[in-house]
Structures are given as C-alpha cells and as structure tokens.
Design a binder for this molecule. Structure first.
Ligand code: TXA
Ligand code: MG
Length: 347
C-alpha cells in the first residue's frame, strides 16, 4: 500500500488535510499521528477491523491493549463507567497532556481494543493537530506508539516513516515530539491508585493530587513470562536497539568513569553531554546534560535508534537520577537493557 504523507506546519491552513485524515479514520483506515509524547498509530477505537490493522502493522501481540485518545474529559463517560471523581481531579490538572488514566470500560469499546480487559486507558494528547483530528473524526482514536513492536517509540516523522511506510494508510508529519517518552499511566480502578508506567506527569505530581499512589513492580524489574502484569505491555522487552544495552547507575562522574574503564573496543556509549569527551566520538552519543532531564527524555529514543546505524556490538548507558522525570527516563533505559544494570550507588 502507498502511505499518504500529510505535512502540517501551520494548523490554521491545514483544515483540508485534517478533514481528509479524519475521513481515513472514519472509514476504518490507519493514520500515524503526532502527539506531545511520541507518535501514535491511530485508528477508530470502536471499529474492530480498524484496530486489527493497527496490531498487524506493528506486529503487536494481541494481549497488549491500546489507549483511547479523546478530545477532552467530556468524552470519558461515553466510553467508561463508574468514573471516580479522582479521574476529573487529574484531567483538570494534567489534560491535555502526557497522562493516561485506566478506568472501567463500557461494553461499546470492543474487546480487541482492550485485549479483553474490563478496563480501558484514556488519554487526551496535547497536540493541536491530533486534537483537531479527533474532533473531526468524532470517534476515540486508539493509538499505540507508531513503532514496530519492540523498537523504541518514534519521536520524529523520520522514525515513523522508517517503521511504517507502506504498512499504513497515512502519516501526519507534525514535527518532533516535545516530551519524547510515552505518557504516564495511572490505574484508578484499584485502591490505592497504581502507577503502571512513569512518564511526563511525575509520581510526585500524581501524589500531590491523589495522596497515596502505589508503584507497580514492573517499573523496576523484569517480568517472568508466566506472570500477569497490570499493564500487559510492560512484560515485553522494549525500546531496544539491536545491540545489547547495559545501564550504569550512580553519580554521573562515577558512571562515566566506570564505563571508561571497560574494554570498549567497538562498543557504543550513551552519555551525558559533559562526559562525551571521555569516549571515542565515532561510537558515542550524548543525550543532554546530566542536569537536564527534559533534554534527556526528548533525545533518548532517537539515540537508541541511532545505535542501530552504528557498528556497535554493545552499548553502555549512563542512568539519570531517578527523581521526577528521571524515573521515566531510567525506566525506558532499563527496559531497553532488559534490566541489565550495574549499580554503583549514589555517593
Ligand atoms: O504517550 C502515549 O501513551 C503514546 C501516545 C501515542 O499516546 N501511546 C502509547 O501506547 O505509548 P502503547 O500502546 O505503546 O502503550 C500503551 C501501554 C501498554 O503498555 C499497554 O499494556 C498499557 O498501556 N495499557 C493499555 N490499556 C491498558 C489497560 N486497560 N490496563 C492496563 N494497561 C493498559
Ligand atoms: Mg508502545
């Protein structure tokens, strides 16, 4: 199939492109969409056949449910029931934005979308193009990240094109993603609420609104194959470049020194900007200063993908401080490493 490309730089002049993309969604097609977190692979979340195409294009296991993207929190009751008041406390503060809320689903949401779960993830992305598209299509858009399953999520149009060209109906090029990591996922169907995936809305911010929040164990460890995680997607190795990754945790100085002492040969290094001079520039990528978590989040997946085009047999990566947004960055790095971690301690 030929994948149609919509390039949108000025939304005020893009109404015909958005209408056309909305028609593709309404008639059951697949459109990759820009969001503030990562690009999504969108389809009408109420249309079984359309959702099936999303699973096929990604090569995604059927037991991994999709998130429904909506235009605002008025749409929640259309697809969810028994919605607790905490859901609206969260949406008031963080929507549109990088927060997915797990709620009890209504039966009009098909099984394929939620992988048979009685719950569904709801998110309102903070991106004008995608918000206009959802309103124009007037359906909730089911959208996993627009990467081939197992690859790092796409944070630029080039990443989406590489993974999806020829497999889906259209891609909307809306520029680079501002956050660069997938949304935070909070489950409100359990008490206390449980953080299933860290992201741009931090644990501290969630606790500020909700009080007690439990952190799911899968965030810090590898799941056994026969265990049943709450967010099924968390059991798969993810975000992974082709070369195996080792994450080195500790103060930035210590982790840089540790990596420098390894027999690096043709191994790659992912480090903070200020340590790049310590390593062979041909096999080293930096992803922001050690103190700039925002830059690290934005650049991480691009760097992980870039190692695939370099001749490296293995990658050593410096781990950010695990506070605030650093929890999410460290989580994605550790997942890319299949939880191969060297922990040097912080002091
Ligand atoms: O930022 C994002 O959330 C991006 C953009 C496109 O919006 N989407 C995204 O989707 O990351 P995906 O499918 O790559 O990741 C969704 C995660 C998976 O780990 C899935 O298992 C989990 O959300 N999930 C979805 N529905 C769930 C549910 N009802 N209960 C628990 N986990 C759920
Ligand atoms: Mg994904």
């Amino acid at each position: 199939m030929t994948t149609k490309i919509f390039r949108i730089t000025d939304i005020s002049k893009a109404s015909s492109e958005i209408e056309e993309a909305a028609r593709i969604i309404k008639r059951g097609g697949t459109v990759a969409i820009p969001t503030e977190t990562v690009y999504g692979l969108g389809a009408n979340g109420l249309d079984e056949n359309a959702v099936r195409k999303v699973f096929e294009a990604k090569g995604r296991p059927q037991d991994n449910p999709l998130i429904l993207h909506v235009a605002d929190d008025d749409w929640i009751e259309r697809y969810c029931e028994d919605v607790p008041k905490e859901a609206y406390e969260l949406t008031k503060r963080f929507w549109p934005g990088p927060l997915t809320i797990i709620l009890k689903r209504r039966s009009l949401v098909p099984d394929i979308t939620t992988a048979g779960l009685p719950t569904v993830g709801m998110r309102c992305p903070d991106h004008p193009i995608t918000n206009a598209l959802i309103r124009a299509a007037d359906v909730p858009i089911a959208a996993p990240s627009a990467n081939i399953s197992g690859r790092p999520s796409p944070t630029s149009f080039a990443h989406v094109l590489k993974d999806m060209d020829g497999k889906i109906d259209a891609i909307i090029d809306g520029g680079d993603c501002a956050v660069g990591l997938e949304s935070t996922i909070i489950d409100l169907t359990v008490k206390p609420p449980r953080l299933l995936r860290p992201g741009g809305v931090t644990l501290e911010q969630l606790r500020d609104v909700l009080g007690e929040v439990k952190v799911d164990e899968t965030i810090n460890s590898l799941m056994g194959n026969d265990e049943k995680p709450k967010a099924p997607g968390m059991k798969y190795r993810h975000y992974a470049p082709k070369a195996p990754v080792t994450v080195v945790c500790g103060s930035p100085e210590k982790s840089a020194q540790y990596i420098q002492k390894q027999d690096l040969g043709n191994k790659g290094v992912l480090c903070f900007d200020e340590f790049a001079h310590m390593f062979d520039e041909k096999r080293t990528l930096s992803f922001g200063s050690s103190t700039d978590l925002k830059a690290q989040a934005e650049r991480l997946f691009d760097a992980l993908r870039a190692f695939d085009d370099m001749d490296v047999s293995e990658v050593f990566a410096q781990c950010p401080v695990e506070e605030g947004l650093g929890i999410a960055i460290a989580n994605r790095l550790k997942k890319a490493a299949g939880f191969r971690i060297v922990d040097l301690g912080r002091d």
